[in-house]
Design a protein around this ligand. Structure first.
Ligand code: SF4
Ligand code: FES
Length: 164
């Protein structure tokens, strides 16, 4: 089992990561990034950051198909449509490779997602357990307390029925 773009999807990723541990000595889920390109722009997807809100699927269902292989089919939309959609990803799991995205967001803004995470838009540094992580675009912080990837949201708020 490998982690190629053709096999990793939002629904499969946790299962596949568990299987992959037998073959790869160390994988930090937070650091896993998959790349998808149409030769013009490159979309980066971080499965460990995805909160499975499915905003991508609703916006561009011909591009984002969680059951498809690969699950992101760049050829089914224009680069402009893809860039516009990536900006709507609530968690920042999707982004455009920065050297191809001259309008990348830098101002900081905070949104409280109803029944979900705290969304911090913009470039920030997160100091956590002695480590400092650079975050760009959007970072989703857990508000429900149930995430297995604190301080970040991992989508568990949906499973536990968080309200607030
Ligand atoms: S919009 Fe972003 S957070 Fe929602 S499912 Fe797609 S990649 Fe994941
Ligand atoms: S708010 Fe999403 S896992 Fe807690």
């Amino acid at each position: 089992m490998n982690l190629s773009a053709s096999t990793v999807t939002p629904t499969k990723v946790k299962f596949q990561i568990i299987l992959t541990f037998h073959h790869i000595p160390y994988i930090n889920m937070k650091d896993l990034t998959k790349e998808y390109t149409n030769g013009d722009i490159t979309i980066l997807w971080k499965p460990g950051t995805c909160i499975h809100a499915a905003a991508c699927v609703k916006a561009l269902p011909k591009v984002y198909d969680p059951k498809g292989k690969p699950w992101i089919k760049m050829e089914n939309a224009t680069s402009e449509e893809l860039i516009a959609q990536v900006k709507l990803c609530p968690s920042g799991a999707l982004s455009i490779k920065s050297d191809e995205n001259p309008t990348s967001q830098t101002a900081t803004k905070v949104d409280v997602l109803p029944n979900g995470p705290l969304l911090v838009h913009g470039t920030i540094e997160v100091a956590n357990a002695g480590n400092i992580e650079q975050k760009k675009v959007t970072t989703a912080f857990c508000r429900c307390g149930a995430s297995a990837n604190k301080p970040y949201c991992d989508g568990t708020h949906n499973k536990v029925g968080f309200e607030g």
